[in-house]
Design a protein around this ligand. Sequence first.
Ligand SMILES: OC[C@H]1O[C@H](O[C@H]2O[C@H](CO)[C@@H](O)[C@H](O)[C@H]2O)[C@H](O)[C@@H](O)[C@@H]1O
Ligand SMILES: [Ca+2]
Length: 558
Amino acid sequence: MISETLWFKDAVFYELHVKAFCDGNDDGIGDFRGLINKLDYLEWLGVDCLWLLPFFPSPLRDDGYDVADYRQIAPDYGSMEDLRMFLDEAHRRGMRVISDLVLNHTSDQHPWFQEARSSPQSSKRDYYVWSQSNRRYDKARIIFIDTEKSNWTWDPMANAYYWHRFFSHQPDLNYDNPDLQRAMLDTMSFWLEQGLDGFRCDAVPYLFEREGTICENLPETHAYLKEVRKRIDENYRGRILLAEANQWPADVRPYFGDGDECHMAFHFPLMPRLFMGVRSEDWHPIVDMFTHTPPIPENCQWCLFLRNHDELTLEMCAGEERDYMYYAYARDPQMRRNIGIARRLAPLLDNDRRKIELLNSLVFTLPGSPIVYYGDEIGMGDNVHLGDRNGVRTPMQWTADRNGGFSKTDPSKLYLPAITDSVYGFQAINVDSQQQSPHSLLHWMKRMIAGRKKYPAFGRGTIVFLRPQTDKVFAYLREYRGETLLLVHNLAGSAQAVELDLARFEGAIPIEVFGDSRFPTIGKHPYALSLAPYGFYWFKLQRTMGDDFSYGFEESVI
Ligand SMILES: OC[C@H]1O[C@H](O[C@H]2O[C@H](CO)[C@@H](O)[C@H](O)[C@H]2O)[C@H](O)[C@@H](O)[C@@H]1O
Ligand SMILES: [Ca+2]
């Protein structure tokens, strides 16, 4: 029996920013009331869990990742009552909701920091990391290299330097302080009591600092996360922790612990390799990444994504690979941010519907749970001229009406301008028109979400990569409790013929799952398929009488 506490292994996630989704009071900023009005849409789409970006009071110098109060809601987004109503309505529709938990740092406007800087005697002084020297921890890299010159900033009021891994207005919290540790655990409980189903734990590798190390992934961080998990297991079973650790898989693996730390973690390095694989028409970069991915405990899951609210990060790409990604996907320097590319999915893929479907098919069928970034289900565009990462955070496009149906306010009052260009503007790309067209990308995404949810093997199964002669055809098997799926993707922009060694499945009938059509029975000889440019198949291998499907080939559990 599938355990309900492992729901996240079968779930399709959907990431959204409250402020960007729907404006319920027409002041130009999205809010919980607006979001409630759109829950029917999300239920219709079929997603299982919403991930909300930070919705707490904030000076918004890092779009809410600079938290000024951990226990309130930013007034622009609504009240606590609105949040509770939203959670009830989401839960009533069978959807779960997780939010960001910004553990590593606060805004410099947080009362803790204001108090801490005011006096060395303040009870909050030790909540932050202070020094008289800016040379400590000098092995730690600077993450936002496009804006920051140092991880230390001098505070004239405190008469000391304070430590920050991100923007200088985001002082790092000091996890060596037991009171701070407790305060953050209590913050977590506070939101779980309101009904949240878990957290995306922002920037988890950086919680502790130790001299002589790079100050990432330290044992102390894992010990603290185990405490966090313990509190969840003891009091909030079924809620989850999703680690945001932009690291190599071997360094992310410890965030799962022995199944006693985070339930999920993003697979950051896989993401650019999916784009590389399609651009170079070669499955090797993708499969290589899985060979670098250690097995994880059975009660854990990877989170797979194509795009999110940040730049398409290239932190986990070495020199040549990074150069290739910039060359392939961001020739215009305006598209680059920090170490990455600030573009949405559709423009990255030249708005080529075939490539958009192909890449989505990969994140929906490789081991892990997929996350869809709001707007990517309709192929929304971006605006590279907006600062920071704002170009991919513009208002959701609902209709062809004023402001794309996001808000009735004067367009000049929107928190960010809506996309209006002739290709991606809301007049051309919106939910309303795509809902009316059965062949739209939106309907296709809905069908794919439903298709994935029919087969537990996607969320729970083993994977075996087939190695066809051609580099252009990426094929693999997913297997779970006797259910075998065969996935075949043509990474090339030209039609391909392929022969797959499926002799072990002799007698089985591949059923193409979207059309429910039977393909020729698998025989002793290589199985021949032809694929359209960027085409792909999802097959269920249907047994015939007497098949036991015990193949004896090596299975890799990822
Ligand atoms: O709160 C600071 C930042 O935290 C997350 O950052 C992550 O995104 C960065 C890219 O923008 C990435 O380089 C870093 O490794 C991550 O921790 C959050 O997603 C950001 O929006 C936020 O600015
Ligand atoms: Ca509003």
